[in-house]
Design a protein around this ligand. Sequence first.
Ligand SMILES: [Zn+2]
Length: 352
Amino acid sequence: MYIMREYVKSGGGQMYFGSVRFFKDLIVIGIATILALSLGLAIFFGVKYSSLKKEVEENSAVPVISDVGDNTADEKKSLEEFYNDMTKQGYDDDEILSMIEEKSPEAFDKYVANVRMIRNAPAYTKAFPDLYVEAPKKNGISDKTIYLTFDDGPCENTWNILSILDKYNIKATFFMCGADTEEEIAVMKKCVEKGHTIGIHSVSHDYEKIYTDVDSFLADMQETSDNIYNATGVKPNIIRFAGGSVNSYNKKISKELCEEVTRRGYVYFDWNVSGQDASQNATWTSVYNNILNGVGNRNNAIVLLHNKNVSVYVTEDIIIALKNRGYSFDRLTNETTPSQFVLPTDEELSEQ
Ligand SMILES: [Zn+2]
């Protein structure tokens, strides 16, 4: 025992391994290693974490908009969301625009165009949100076809026009001013029932009132559309301006009017043959000749008539004469290629 203890005290030889001191040292070294390793890992991950955190913060401060789709609608939405997020975070417009320009030049171009378009749009584009229809995908017009149109109804004469059209199994178009009485509502309904087209004309037909500005025009158009819809259950999608798309009352705003109704999905129809039956001097002979001569050798024609007495007298004879010339008759739809007057140029407007 003694010898053994002495030997250990001397610390020499192979007996160190497995000795108490060996185990003490082993424990100390183990603890030190674990501490060092933990510290190292802690420092490593600490640095890594803080750089990751910084990266995340940087990226969320300037979100990447590369996930913006090719689809314009998606893109617009994403850009709007992006814009709103950035605004909430306190960035001003110029800063947001630079972010978009940097991240996606293509989106930048579209976004700027979109922002400018919305900011520069006239106030009336935001008015009358119900005054929209689906625009036609394509337009066309049939050969050897006459499109008879009757403006300013409904009235008592409309019944007579309907029965003439019925007799020859012809479809036509009525640009209506709206119904006030039970009788007028009934004839409007009959037009739809018989398969004719009803288009918007003007509930007031007061040129000075409706052509004051675009807002006044749209208010009248909305009222006319509502009136027709309430009477027939059909929302009209074609229009004829009172007095035509370009006239002495609306010349200065005609371009805006035409652009605005088109932007809202409506197709507007002028005419290329007029019976001039609304004129005070109109007679059976004058209306008949105006139409027959006006149609001439045309391949097709959009013919302007009204709901006047003279119009009723002459319509049957016009139908017979044009049938004899080989024409068919049809109603207008928003897919018919419209006849439209030439809009005044900027020079013409500035000369006034
Ligand atoms: Zn009219």
